[in-house]
Design a binder for this molecule. Structure first.
Ligand SMILES: [Zn+2]
Length: 432
């Protein structure tokens, strides 16, 4: 009995020594939190070697569901017994999974006590922001569906045109949005201004744009373009601003700074900006002989690109027109006629006498008639005379905001335009 306290004291001394050794172990940066410090080595090895970690007693692996593979098949592949596999599938199906509709490529994480054992936890990555976590409990497998949070903020993006809007956006938005989201934002801006600015032709070197745009950042850093709240273009020194406003009786719309709708009677271009390949040059000269005299605007675009009616109209011609090839002519209000040439063909049902709506697809880009490559020849005729479409279509402004909502609009406009003028980057929006 006498020896016991002595042995206990010895143990205590060793324990204290280890504690002291650990206490003076320098803290090492960037050490994985999950690691377990190998204590025995602490006292005798130099500091850097202390950072030896033994693998935690947990093994984890991620496998993807192959095309045509069942969950049972996947489980078999990772070494889960048939019995457990069936149990897991049963529990997963009652939780959130419809096995027939699982996507090939879905990652499944398996976590177990050690490499050889069957897993204790499975995580099905059902979508970028949705997962099903399954745990083995005493009562069998239990699943919980989890939603991963998105965060939303608001950023000001600004750029200057050196060549195209795409390139300006690349420079202005690269640090806030990934490539695909940047294109989306470019197209959204083109859509907002499509009654005022022809993004494929009106922009000049030195012109500027700004956008106040919501950004959603999801799990894994995936970034989406949210609502554009306000935007502006400064073209040859003239600024056009657009403000998003939710009218009481209508869906949200964009209004210019004077309170006129950004929507108007005419689109500024017969091709959607997002449909015009950025690899096509904006200058295109399919000019031959007397054709040199033609007045109009040429849009280079791939054959088959949809052509839109730039305003509500009645078709006055849809057929062959000599040098124009297949040509479409539309009569609008106020004596305006628009002409679309070199078409590959017409949209279904388009023939003389038919009524068409603004932005309706009426034809497809081609290279018929006197043309050296796929492009759309577009003309605006006012009272029978060919006019520069930039001038002819410029004067048209949209409907004013309702008188009853004028006050609310002006408050919103001040607030948004102030935010829009902030330095590029994340901005804090005051509540409305
Ligand atoms: Zn032309």
């Amino acid at each position: 009995m006498k020896k016991r306290p002595t042995r206990a004291t010895a143990y205590l001394t060793v324990a204290l020594l280890v504690l002291v050794a650990l206490r003076y172990t320098p803290e090492l940066p960037d050490t994985p939190a999950a690691g377990v410090l190998q204590q025995g080595a602490a006292a005798t090895t130099p500091p850097l070697a202390i950072a030896k970690f033994v693998a935690p007693a947990i093994s984890s692996r991620t496998e993807k569901l192959n095309r045509g593979e069942t969950l049972i098949g996947l489980f078999k592949r990772v070494g889960i017994s048939d019995h457990s596999a069936q149990e897991i599938v049963r529990a997963a199906t009652t939780s959130a999974i419809e096995p027939r509709y699982l996507q090939a490529g879905m990652p499944v994480e398996f976590t177990g006590d050690s490499a050889g054992d069957e897993p204790k936890e499975l995580v099905f990555h059902l979508g970028i922001d949705r997962l099903l976590r399954m745990r083995r409990s005493a009562d069998g497998w239990v699943g919980t569906e989890e939603r991963l949070p998105w965060t939303t903020d608001t950023v000001v993006v600004a750029g200057t045109i050196n060549s195209t809007l795409y390139e300006a956006m690349d420079d202005g938005a690269a640090q806030y949005f990934p490539a695909r989201a940047k294109d989306e934002l470019t197209w959204t801006l083109a859509d907002i201004f499509e009654y005022r600015v022809d993004m494929s032709r009106d922009l000049q070197v030195g012109d500027k744009f700004r956008a106040l745009v919501e950004r959603s950042v999801g799990p894994g850093g995936i970034t989406k373009v949210g609502k554009v709240l306000a935007a502006s273009f400064t073209l040859s020194g003239t600024e056009i601003s657009a403000v998003r406003f939710e009218s009481k009786n209508a869906s949200p719309q964009f209004y210019d700074a004077t309170g006129r709708s950004m929507r108007a009677a005419f689109l500024r271009a017969p091709l959607e900006f997002r449909r015009i390949s950025s690899t096509f040059g904006t200058r295109f000269h399919p000019i031959l002989g007397r054709w040199k005299a033609h007045k109009g605007t040429d849009y280079a675009a791939a054959s088959g690109t949809p052509v839109r009616a730039i305003g509500d109209a009645i078709v006055i011609k849809a057929g062959w027109g000599g040098g124009y090839g297949n040509v479409l002519e539309l009569r609008h209000r106020n004596g305006y006629v628009t002409r679309y040439g070199h078409l590959r063909g017409f949209a279904k049902g388009i023939r003389a006498g038919v009524r068409v709506n603004i932005a309706q697809t009426v034809a497809y880009v081609g290279t018929t008639g006197l043309s050296t490559g796929p492009h759309l020849h577009f003309e605006v005729l006012v009272n029978g005379v060919q006019r520069d479409s930039r001038l002819a279509l410029r004067s048209v402004a949209g409907d004013p905001i309702l008188r009853a909502e004028r006050g609310a609009f002006e408050a919103r406009r001040e607030h948004l335009l102030a935010s829009l003028s902030a330095a590029p980057g994340v901005v804090r929006l005051a509540s409305r």
